[in-house]
Design a protein around this ligand. Sequence first.
Ligand code: SUD
Ligand code: ADP
Length: 269
Amino acid sequence: MIVYPNSKINIGLFITRKREDNFHDIESCFYPIEWKEALEITLSDKVGFSSSGIDIPGNPDNNLCLKAYELLAQNYDIPEVHIHLEKMVPIGAGLGGGSADAAYTLKALNELFKLEIENSALKKFASEIGSDCPFFIDNQPAIASGTGTTLDTFELSLSGKWIMLINPGLHIGTAEAYSNVSPKNIDFNLKEILLSTPIEQWKDIIQNDFEASVFPKYPELQKLKSLLYEKGAIYASMTGSGSTIYGIFNKKPQNIHLDKGNVWTGMLK
Ligand SMILES: C[C@@](CO)(OP(=O)(O)O)[C@H](O)COP(=O)(O)OP(=O)(O)OC[C@H]1O[C@@H](n2ccc(N)nc2=O)[C@H](O)[C@@H]1O
Ligand SMILES: Nc1ncnc2c1ncn2[C@@H]1O[C@H](COP(=O)(O)OP(=O)(O)O)[C@@H](O)[C@H]1O
């Protein structure tokens, strides 16, 4: 079976509290995008993982796809498989690529072995793998709260708008990024603002709290955000803990050439 894990952007990311367990409470809109990779699961005589495309740092035995397999194997009697990932989405980029791989592994195994696990239970398994992971089970625009695993799916349609993502090739670790922010409570409702405010006004209201600590350390990221506005973006932001910067456009933006890194342009659905 072949599946195509996509990625996400965060539209607004407010870090509201440091918790006793050292994680942080957030309020953010997760929106799926079509920057995808390919994941193949085949029956095998032993459990294994391989990958091609972008190099994944660390030991392949610790890949999130295997973590997802092992979690299901502890709870269901499933055969052994080999998982091959063609890695296309940048890593440590704020796009949730690894989380999507794990969530799609759970969904594919559920389908392949007719386990009939409901999405609510799949999301519980996913939350044991990572905070971004449950979102990719339903893969619908949602307001994420708590540590990012409480999801309120809602009808935000940016369909027909264009998006350009610039990944400058910097790997920003999520844990380190969280350790550099000062949490601040918010006194507004992100969902209401997104639904009631024209997107052209979002830039004055909707921010990503990681930018305040990440931009001073990597000034080139602030420059990329300004560049997207110069090219006609109606809203631009860093996604997640970085380092990818995106712009949303009313029409197809002109391509940007970078000496280093990746640019991806597509339509929002
Ligand atoms: C920042 C966000 C925003 O969507 O995404 P990315 O930038 O990674 O894509 C997420 O909160 C990242 O989720 P994810 O990448 O799954 O993180 P996890 O593996 O669960 O956690 C990695 C580490 O980040 C910190 N962490 C994560 C989530 C959270 N709500 N509070 C935290 O403090 C913890 O130190 C944790 O050990
Ligand atoms: N399938 C995978 N794809 C990407 N990264 C993975 C995968 N499995 C494990 N990892 C590890 O997860 C880390 C990337 O996680 P993170 O910084 O949260 O990235 P992202 O911004 O894509 O969510 C890397 O250190 C990488 O070694």
